[in-house]
Design a protein around this ligand. Structure first.
Ligand SMILES: [Mg+2]
Length: 261
């Protein structure tokens, strides 16, 4: 596929396609006068345009489906991250980079409120299988908890069969950071995973909060960041120790755009 560099000279943008090929071919990387446009990173192009990204994501999810039990026990739960695990936010990244800007919490929150994130390839089938087989899903995300309703509505608009009964939205609160360092709490999602296990969580899936007040058994964890796995940090993660669990109870998706690395 022909991809036009975003930093083509302005005169090229109004040229015919034929002229583009001749007039611009010798200066494909010349910045625009005034530097109004910015090129996007290889990471964004990889996630949005490569064949490798959807192939890998679907491969991970098809393996995760193969590892699911044929029927879940009561209160068995799959813990999933949201961003770049369920929702694809490459449009946000593209918009920021095209404007020559980076991440900011303000722009991120505004993006979440827009509810325009799309689905990571393969995730819809996976979630459907979990629900069909009687499983539950805990969505442990580092989006701020005040945004949970927006995230939930984005997920429902994409057709995922999530209900307040089968899924629990758990955005981040200040308590998650404050708890780090306590016994069994190494990263900022551990408190929430522990609360799911104990049955002490309030799920904010909608305007009606619903508590999961019975203990749950975490049977699988899915994420794009090594810290989406319990008791793991980027610094402490031991790949040799994780590897036997990858593809069985732990599933890791590619995310070239950002991470804790
Ligand atoms: Mg993520």
């Amino acid at each position: 596929m022909l991809r036009l560099p975003l930093n083509l000279p302005a005169t090229c943008l109004i040229s015919s396609a034929a002229m583009l090929l001749t007039a611009c071919s010798s200066t494909p990387n010349t910045p625009l006068a005034g530097a109004k446009a910015h090129s996007v990173s290889s990471a964004v192009i990889y996630q949005t345009e490569s064949k490798e990204y959807p192939t890998l994501a679907r491969y991970v999810y098809s393996n995760a489906i193969a590892a699911l039990p044929s029927a879940f026990n009561n209160n068995d739960v799959v813990v999933m991250d949201v961003d770049e695990t369920v929702l694809d936010n490459s449009q946000y990244q593209r918009e920021r980079e095209s404007a020559g800007l980076g991440y900011s919490s303000e722009s991120w929150n505004a993006w979440v409120v827009r509810k325009e994130a799309t689905l990571v390839p393969g995730v819809s089938n996976f979630i459907q299988r979990v629900i069909e087989r009687g499983g539950k899903i805990a969505l442990v995300t580092n989006r701020d908890k005040s945004l949970d309703n927006h995230t939930w509505e984005n997920l429902l608009a994409l057709g995922l069969p999530l209900t307040p009964e089968n899924a629990c939205m758990l955005g981040r609160t200040p308590a998650d950071k404050a708890a780090m360092g306590q016994e069994g709490i190494i990263n900022d999602k551990d408190l929430r995973r522990m609360s799911v296990k104990k049955g002490t969580v309030n799920c904010s899936n909608s305007t009606n909060q619903k508590a999961w007040s019975t203990p749950h058994n975490i049977v699988m964890q899915v994420g794009d960041n090594i810290e989406d796995f319990a008791n793991t940090t980027q610094e402490s993660a031991n790949v040799d120790e994780l590897l036997p669990h990858i593809g069985k109870t732990l599933f890791l998706l590619p995310n070239p755009m950002y991470g804790s690395w």
